[in-house]
Structures are given as C-alpha cells and as structure tokens.
Design a protein around this ligand. Structure first.
Ligand code: C2E
Ligand code: MG
Ligand code: MG
Ligand code: MG
Length: 283
C-alpha cells in the first residue's frame, strides 16, 4: 500500500516536473519568436528630482505582449532569457528601442534636451563580447549624447565576477555612458569595489524604502547608503517610492532623486507627458 502510494507520488512529481520543463521550453521558443516579431514592449517609468518634482529621466522596463498569455512582466521571462542566452538579443532590442525613444523625446520635446534614459543590463550581457560594440552602435544610430544613457547593473551581478565587471565598466565609461548600481543594499559589495568602479549612481533597493516609517533600521540603512554615495560623489536614486511619507523621509535623509508609483507607474511611451505643466530640468 505504502509502496503504491509512493509510486503514485513519484508519478505526480514526474508529471509536474515535465509540465514545468515543457512550459520552460515553450517559453523559450515563444521568446525567440517574440524578439524577432517585435512583441517586446518597452515601458517607461519617470525618475524625478526631489526638490522640484520634475522629470529628469526614465527607466526602460521591458514587457512582453504575449499572443495568448497577455502582457507579461520581466519576472515571467527574464530568467528564461538569461538561462537560454536570449538575453543578449533581447537586451539589444530593448536598448535600441529605449535609445530611439530618448532621441525622439530629446529632439521633439522642449526642455528635454538633457533627458536621461536608464536601461537594465544583466551580468550575462555585460560578459558578452558583443555588448560594448552594441552599445556603441546604438548610440551612433540613435544619435544620442552617450552621457544621457545610463546602464543599470545590479549589485549582485557586479559582485559575481569583479574582474570582468571592472573591465566592462571601464569600457562603458570610455564610451561616455553613465553607470548605476541597481538594487543597492541587497548585495555585498565592499566600499573598496565601489571606489574601483567608474560609476555615477546608486539606486536604493525598494525593500528599504518600503520599510521606511515602520522599521527604524531601514532609515539607518538608507542614511548609510546616502552617506556612502556622498563620499564617493555618486547620485542616489530611491526606488519604489509609493507615498508622500516615504518621499518626505527620504528627503530628510538627503535623497535627491525618486522613482516609484507615487510619481508614475511604468507605462508605454505614448502615455508619458500626459500631465500638463511638468517642467523638465537636468541634474
Ligand atoms: P529594477 O530594475 O529594479 O526595476 C524596478 C522595478 O520596480 C520594476 O519592476 C518597477 O515596475 C518596479 N517599481 C517601480 N516603482 C515601484 C513602486 O513604487 N512600488 C513597487 N512595488 N514596485 C515598483 P518590473 O518592471 O517588474 O521589473 C523587474 C525587474 O526586471 C527590474 O528590476 C529589472 O531587474 C528587470 N528588468 C526589467 N527590464 C529589463 C530589461 O530590459 N533587461 C534586463 N536585463 N532586465 C530587466
Ligand atoms: Mg533597474
Ligand atoms: Mg532596482
Ligand atoms: Mg530589481
């Protein structure tokens, strides 16, 4: 009896395992197709200046308009893209789309000449030999000032291979693009590394912002991050600002740039600039 039950369980396990595998294989095939068929949509979320609340830039966040599964968030396909290597062409497609949009806004919108665009880059892209030439080609094609492009790399991916990350960072820095450490505070980068990398900004991970007002320790951590940034002369962007209380507290702690639902959710390009009277400044 027990043996039969056990066998049954094994079968169920096998079935769910093969279903998961099938789902993954299907997702990978679909994704390959999606990159070629322009099913990837880039959403943009504003980054605002704390003092004036005006937009200084946007972060490009990819979505997948799947023919049957609807609009998919990155969590549903970025891991598959990374495991399969598809992140390389996917990342290049997002970069081109985001820089083309930036170029258009800079040319067509008064006051937007110095608008910035942040684009997420995964460690696998950074490691790929085609990455630096791709970035250079996109800058050339879209005719943007390299300084108006920011690449966001997560703190954890930087720590994984410091030597290679350093080389890539230096090459990007030579191209003139800005570099930001994403999800800062969740990894374990030492101050020595931070000083070694030619970068310009830290993005305070949303988990700390979320705990502000409830957890005194979160405020201490945020204050420390801002202190580190000041010392290294880096800009600080707080992620995931959802209400005025958090914005207030961040302001008190010395934060100068905000990003979060309180200032705008990620949305398609045509949904941006709807609110009239948003003034544009450059930092
Ligand atoms: P991230 O780069 O840290 O992006 C910020 C994430 O926080 C976004 O999730 C954004 O929608 C979300 N967010 C912004 N403000 C708020 C807020 O006030 N509250 C809450 N709860 N969330 C907020 P999203 O768009 O789902 O992206 C998730 C992650 O996927 C990104 O995290 C980034 O690591 C990755 N990703 C997105 N686009 C790309 C891409 O083109 N390439 C690569 N390699 N990764 C990407
Ligand atoms: Mg990011
Ligand atoms: Mg982040
Ligand atoms: Mg994140």
């Amino acid at each position: 009896q027990a043996k039969q039950k056990g066998r049954g369980r094994v079968e169920i396990f096998d079935e769910s395992l093969s279903a998961a595998l099938e789902h993954r294989v299907r997702t990978e095939q679909d994704l390959r197709n999606a990159i070629q068929c322009d099913e990837l949509v880039v959403f943009y979320q504003p980054i605002v200046e704390a003092d004036t609340r005006s937009i200084v830039g946007f972060e490009a966040l990819v979505r997948w308009q799947h023919p049957t599964r609807g609009l998919l968030a990155p969590d549903a396909f970025i891991p598959v893209a990374e495991e399969s290597g598809l992140i390389v062409p996917l990342g290049a497609a997002v970069l081109l789309q985001a820089c083309s949009q930036l170029s258009q806004w800079q040319r067509e919108r008064p006051g937007c000449e110095r608008l910035r665009m942040s684009v997420n880059v995964s460690a696998l892209q950074l490691d790929h030999p085609s990455f630096i030439p791709t970035v250079a080609a996109v800058i050339e094609t879209t005719d943007i000032d390299p300084a108006s492009l920011w690449l966001e790399i997560t703190e954890t991916s930087l720590v994984a291979d410091v030597e290679r990350a350093t080389a890539a960072f230096e090459a990007l820095h030579d191209l003139g693009v800005g570099l930001a450490l994403d999800d800062f505070g969740t990894g374990y980068s030492s101050l020595a590394y931070l000083q070694k990398f030619p970068m310009q900004a830290l993005k305070i991970d949303r988990s700390f912002v979320d705990r502000l007002g409830r957890d005194p320790e979160a405020a201490v951590i945020v204050e420390m991050i801002i202190g580190v940034a000041r010392t290294l002369r880096l800009l600080v962007i707080a992620e995931g600002v959802e209400n005025e209380e958090q914005a207030d507290e961040l302001y008190g702690l010395g934060c100068t740039l905000y990003q979060g639902y309180h200032f705008g959710r990620p949305a398609p390009a045509e949904k941006q600039w709807q609110e009239s009277g948003t003034s544009i400044v450059a930092v």
